[in-house]
Design a protein around this ligand. Sequence first.
Ligand code: MG
Length: 292
Amino acid sequence: MTIVSYSIEGRRDYGFVIDKSELIPRYFVEDILKERLPRDLKRFLVDSELVDLVKASPESVRVETIPLSSVHLEPPIKNPGKIVRMALNYIDHVEELGASPPEEIVFFLKPSTSLVGPMDPIVKPKIVKKLDYEGELAVVIGIKAKDLEPDEAYFHVFGYTVLNDVTARDFQFRDGLWRGWTMSKCFDTFAPLGPWIVSRDEIEDPHNLRIITKVNKEIRQNSNTSRMIFKIPEIISYVSQIMTLEPGDIIATGTPAGVGHVREEWLLKEGDIVEVWIENIKAIRNQVLKTD
Ligand code: MG
């Protein structure tokens, strides 16, 4: 099942993607199944009976579809309780930084106000001089999770999507001084997300997906999720011992090698188009605009 959030003339809703090009709106599935589907996607994700019912009937609800090209794609989850993001979680990224692999998980939060849709602009504020990209696989939580063991973790995952963990490097470091992850990544529009959520059952192995980031069609990051240091079950287990994970929460699993941080000429400029593609999910594509 692939779930997309979209808006038409400012009215936001969600639906189910067919053939990667069409969507069946939520309300149409309701009519066919004679079942109410909650308007709030977070309430749908947690209702596994309803999810199974919709999954079982894609053919019967195919009657009426809307081309994806005719709607505005929204971030699949608009108001996640939190966006958890991993630091230094790809072995190739650790190597390019000349760092040692972390022995323990380190994570930070990104605010939901940083989210934008999969094709929306990234706005570069005037005060930011060093704008960078980080292509990442993001996990979407379906069922509330607290104090999990790693082998219980996948049951709580609804599915996967793509995130660009956009970063202002000059707010991460300034004159050699560490300024922190939060400030550098919390700007509005610094979390393009989407283009949709692919449910867990349709991704055979989330640790064997190619991940590619291009800037103006030139490949910058080219890796595989197999290079993650801490795998998804360990991450979820660890985070769930610190805080409750709730339906719709997002966990960005870290970025591979190839960021602009270590090659300043690769930092993003106004007009650049950044594309993050992950195998079996698809791509988000965002243009960098500057504020007036
Ligand atoms: Mg990151």
